[in-house]
Write a protein that binds this ligand. Structure first.
Ligand code: SF4
Length: 90
């Protein structure tokens, strides 16, 4: 059953505190966290767990890199604003 490891806890490198596996398997819009294999592979057979409970498409979506991080988006917006300000001055 998909809840079998839910009560296990681990220190989350992103949050800096303990989280239960239930969080890790649902945090990504209901799908597992992108880091789920790295974080959990030494605790139980996470790859087998993913294969058993998720489709290939779901696993690919879950583990894919995000298009952009929030920081990248903010940096791009600041650069755009700077450019348009410089163009106004000309
Ligand atoms: S799998 Fe994701 S949410 Fe879970 S501990 Fe690792 S980084 Fe944190």
């Amino acid at each position: 059953m998909i809840e079998e490891h839910d009560a296990l806890t681990i220190r989350c490198p992103q949050l800096g505190g303990e989280v239960p596996f239930r969080y890790c398997r649902t945090v990504n819009e209901g799908l597992p966290c992108r880091q789920v294999i790295i974080c959990w592979e030494f605790r139980f057979a996470i790859r087998a767990f993913l294969n058993e409970h998720y489709s290939v498409d779901q696993i690919e979506r879950a583990l894919a890199s995000p298009a952009k991080t929030r920081i990248q988006t903010i940096v791009e917006l600041v650069e755009k604003a700077r450019k348009s300000k410089n163009e106004e001055k000309r």
